[in-house]
Structure formats: structure tokens, C-alpha cells
Design a protein around this ligand. Structure first.
Ligand code: FAD
Length: 458
């Protein structure tokens, strides 16, 4: 059995930033365990030069984690992307975010900050209010799917030789003896001995972490589920917003059911893509640093929480996504005009459009057979409001891909040093339900690494 001072589970931003922080102290033996492939191999898979392993998803798994390998928008505020401000206090959260921002920049993230000037923001905010929408200002940097690879490569080189990176082998069990961590067991049966384990398995590993937390008797609170569609429009229709803000974050409270609907992950001149979570295929979007299409896509998501007796929002989201897969054999695409008149889209109806879908593999179908009434109503209301702000979003040829679902992990109870109730077991990132974006995930990883180093007296 190999022995380490710290084992970090998952090499997404949270795990990488924890490892970068820990390796600053040359005395600690640190293992970073990643179920997916190493970075170069991931790139080869994305470029079709290598085959992913059966059941694996190189888009979400592997060195770099999920969104840092794809799209890579770094949002510079503690208002979005997680619960760090609530858990650590706004001041500490902002300090950590500034620190990780500098680290991303040092590794080559673009210096250009997408942030509109005050007078534009004031005017747009006023116009949004008149349409029943609330504008949230989120300055960001965009690495692009291509740029992210370079930045992650730089982080990978920094870890090289200082941290033991184990890829293509996940952690199957956290080993605990008498409420103290003793190490981990890997998928191939190897055991790594360690008195400290930092779990950072992301959303892809959230179900695994949930099951482990239940087995270990840890307190977990169910999260929300955000369910909706990816909207694709000619880029010109939202160019005023994307040229000035890049990402427009707009909130809407549905008249019908009072649910919050929000725009999310705007991809100017980008592409709609599919993402596989186990046996479920959902939609997402990304943009390269340079335009690759004449379309802009963004998600519209309806947030729901459940209380009791049902407390499994992840299964709920997966169930709806499976329904779309059942009808379409993958994800569905529908013209807004077809949805409105109650008919499915067909390949020939899709051709009657000024808009060319960027996701060719989506099946033309009928989203009204998939989305619950509550969600459908809320989405249509939000599109109506958006159409007032950006005329054309509500046009008949606007494409809706479904479903997009954000399976936010159940939240693992931790203290403000990210310690769980099991001595030596720390949690960070999206998988523990603490964060929802690259910057907060990175900040939580850095903080976990720092707290561990201090606890070990380094
Ligand atoms: C397509 C897409 C685009 C996105 N774009 C953006 C964006 O532009 N900006 C933004 O802020 N956010 C974005 N996000 C969200 C962002 O990716 C996450 O918030 C962030 O990656 C979370 O970091 P993490 O380290 O917690 O988890 P992840 O990045 O998911 O990394 C976790 C890693 O752990 C590994 N793992 C899981 N279980 C195990 C196990 N048992 N053993 C070993 N390894 C394991 C996984 O393979 C994975 O590589 C996007 C997400 C997706 C899916």
C-alpha cells in the first residue's frame, strides 16, 4: 500500500487548486487521483484521434474536469457560482477569488475582461426592468475551449514531479477507521494510505460522493435542480448584449408558478453540444475563443427544490432527460414556432428557417411531451420577456434543444475550513454541492489545500 500525506480525489479545478496549494510545501507527499484521462489523451479524444473508454465522458472527466476543458468562462464575482460567500463570509470568499484569478492569469488565462461600461449597464438594467427581467452584472474572462487546454497544460506542468498524478483510475471507497480517514481504495483495488483526503469529484462524481457520504453517516442536504432548454438564435439578435457583456445574466420570476427562470452559459458565435451523464444525454453549449458559427446559444433554466417525502432532485432531472432521450434517441430540437402551435418539428420544418442548427445530431421532435407544464409555461413566459428586450428571441425559427439540466449535487455538511464530520476528510468543489462554477470551485480547492497544510503544521 502506497502512503501519502494527502490524497485529493478528482482533478477538476477544485482538485487541481488544492494540489497546487499543497505542493507549495515540498515536504508533503500528495496524490491527485483522477478517474478520467490525462490532459493530452483527453485532447486526442476530443479531436477523434483516440477512443474514450466505454461509459466514460472525456468532455466532463479527466485532468481539468468539466467546464475548464470546455468553454472556460471565469466569472469574477462571489455573487454567482456557489455558496462560498455564505460558508466563509463574503470578505474571505472575495479574497480567495482574487487569489485564484491571479493564478488563472499566471497560467495564461486571457487578461481581457468582458465588462460593460456603467452607462450601458444602467440603460440595459432599466430596459430589462421594463420587460420584467432583472439584469445581473457578471464581469468575466473567456478562455474558450481551445484556450482552456493551454491554461490547463500550464497547471499540469507545474504539478509535474511534485504531486503524484494517478489518471484513468478512480476512487471507489473512502477508507475510514473509527471516524478518522485512513486512505482510499481505487477502482482497480489499489489502496492509498493517508490521514487526509480531500474529495473534489465534481458533478460527475456527485452520486458517488452522495453514496459514500450516506455509507459514512455524513449529513447531506438535497440541492436544487435546474431544468430547461438551450436556446439558439442568430447571433445578430443578441449581439447588443453579447458584444457589450459577453454573458448576459437575466432573471425572471414566472407569472404562472412564481418559479425563478434564468439565462445561463451564454455562448456567443458558439455551438450547441451534447453531454453524457452515465446513461443520460443532455445539451450544453460552448464557444471557442474565435467565432465558429453565426449563432449564439444560451440555456434557460427553471429552478426547483423538493422538500419531503421526495428529496432526490438529481433523479428527477435525470428522469426528465431520459424522457427526451426516449423520444429522440438523444436530445430533441424544436422550432419555437412549432412548439407554440402544438406540433413537432421535422427535418423539413427545420429547413424552413434562416437558422442552421449547430448541433446536427439532435432529433427534431416535440418538447411538450418531455417538459412538465410548469417548466414549459415558465420557459415560454421568459422567452416572451426576452423578446421584448432583444426582439427576435421569440421568433418562430428560434431553436430549443432539450433538455438541459443542472444536477446540482447534494450539499455535504462542512465547517468553514471545509472539514466534514470525519476527521481528516475535507470536501470542495461542485461535487460536494459547495460551488457551481470554475472560479468558486478553484477557490474552494485552494482553501481546502491551505486548511489541510495548516492542520498538518506545514
Ligand atoms: C460543458 C460545461 C461547460 C461549463 N462551462 C463553464 C464555464 O464556462 N464557466 C464556469 O464557471 N463553469 C462552467 N461549467 C461548470 C464547471 O465546469 C464546474 O463548476 C467546475 O468544473 C467544477 O469544478 P470541480 O473541480 O468541482 O469539478 P469537475 O470540474 O467536474 O472535476 C471533477 C473531476 O473529478 C473526477 N472524478 C469524479 N469522481 C471521481 C472519483 N471517484 N475518483 C477520481 N476522480 C473522480 C472527474 O472525472 C472530474 O475530472 C461548465 C460545465 C460543463 C459541463
Amino acid at each position: 500500500m502506497s502512503a501519502f500525506d494527502v490524497v485529493v480525489v478528482g482533478a477538476g479545478p477544485a482538485g487541481i487548486f488544492a494540489a497546487l496549494e499543497l505542493m507549495k510545501n515540498g515536504n508533503l507527499r500528495v496524490a491527485l487521483v483522477e478517474r478520467g484521462a490525462d490532459l493530452e489523451e483527453r485532447l486526442a479524444m476530443r479531436q477523434g484521434q483516440a477512443q474514450p473508454q466505454e461509459g466514460s465522458n472525456p468532455m466532463l472527466e479527466g485532468f481539468g474536469g468539466a467546464g475548464a476543458f470546455c468553454d472556460g468562462k471565469l466569472t469574477i464575482t462571489s455573487h454567482v457560482g456557489g455558496h462560498l460567500a455564505e460558508l466563509l463570509g463574503t470578505e474571505r470568499a472575495e479574497e480567495l477569488l482574487s487569489e485564484v484569478e491571479q493564478i488563472w492569469l499566471a497560467h495564461g488565462a486571457p487578461r481581457e475582461l468582458h465588462s460593460a461600461d456603467e452607462s450601458f449597464l444602467a440603460d440595459l438594467g432599466r430596459r430589462a426592468t421594463l420587460c420584467g427581467l432583472k439584469l445581473v452584472n457578471v464581469p468575466l474572462r473567456h478562455m474558450g475551449t481551445d484556450g482552456s487546454f493551454q491554461v490547463l497544460g500550464s497547471m499540469r506542468r507545474e504539478l509535474d514531479g511534485k504531486v503524484e498524478l494517478i489518471t484513468g483510475n478512480g476512487v471507489s471507497r473512502i477508507l475510514v477507521e473509527g471516524r478518522k480517514v485512513a486512505g482510499v481504495e481505487l477502482d482497480d483495488g489499489t489502496r492509498l494510505q493517508s490521514s487526509v483526503v480531500i474529495v473534489a469529484p465534481g458533478r460527475g462524481g456527485a452520486t458517488w460522493l452522495h453514496d459514500e457520504a450516506e455509507r459514512l453517516g455524513l449529513v447531506i442536504t438535497p440541492g436544487a435542480v435546474d431544468l430547461g432548454v438551450r436556446v439558439e438564435v442568430p447571433a445578430a439578435i443578441v449581439a447588443e448584449l453579447t458584444d457589450n457583456l459577453y454573458e448576459f445574466k437575466l432573471l425572471y420570476w414566472a407569472r404562472s408558478f412564481d418559479n425563478l427562470v434564468r439565462t445561463f452559459c451564454v455562448c456567443p458565435y458558439g455551438e450547441v453540444i451534447t453531454v453524457r451523464h452515465g446513461d443520460v444525454v443532455t445539451v450544453n453549449g460552448h464557444s471557442y475563443a474565435e467565432p465558429t458559427s453565426d449563432n449564439t446559444n444560451f440555456a434557460l433554466l427553471v429552478s426547483s427544490r423538493f422538500t419531503e417525502p421526495f428529496d432526490d432532485p438529481i433523479s428527477y432531472g435525470q428522469h426528465i432527460a431520459r424522457l427526451a432521450n426516449l423520444l429522440g434517441d438523444s436530445v430533441l430540437v424544436q422550432r419555437l414556432g412549432d412548439l407554440r402551435v402544438g406540433r413537432r418539428s421535422t427535418p423539413s420544418r427545420l429547413r424552413h428557417s434562416i437558422l442552421e442548427p449547430t448541433l446536427k445530431s439532435a432529433t427534431p421532435g416535440d418538447l411538450s411531451y418531455v417538459l412538465p407544464y410548469r417548466h414549459l409555461r415558465a420557459l415560454l413566459e421568459m422567452i416572451e420577456a426576452l423578446d421584448k428586450l432583444a426582439p427576435g428571441v421569440g421568433a418562430g425559427h428560434t431553436l430549443l434543444y432539450g433538455v438541459e439540466v443542472k444536477l446540482y449535487s447534494s450539499r455535504l455538511q462542512t465547517d468553514d475550513r471545509l472539514r466534514t464530520e470525519i476527521s481528516g476528510l475535507y470536501a470542495c468543489g461542485d461535487g460536494a454541492g459547495l460551488t457551481r462554477g470554475l472560479m468558486q470551485a478553484s477557490a474552494s480547492g485552494l482553501w481546502a489545500g491551505r486548511c489541510v497544510a495548516e492542520a498538518l503544521g506545514e
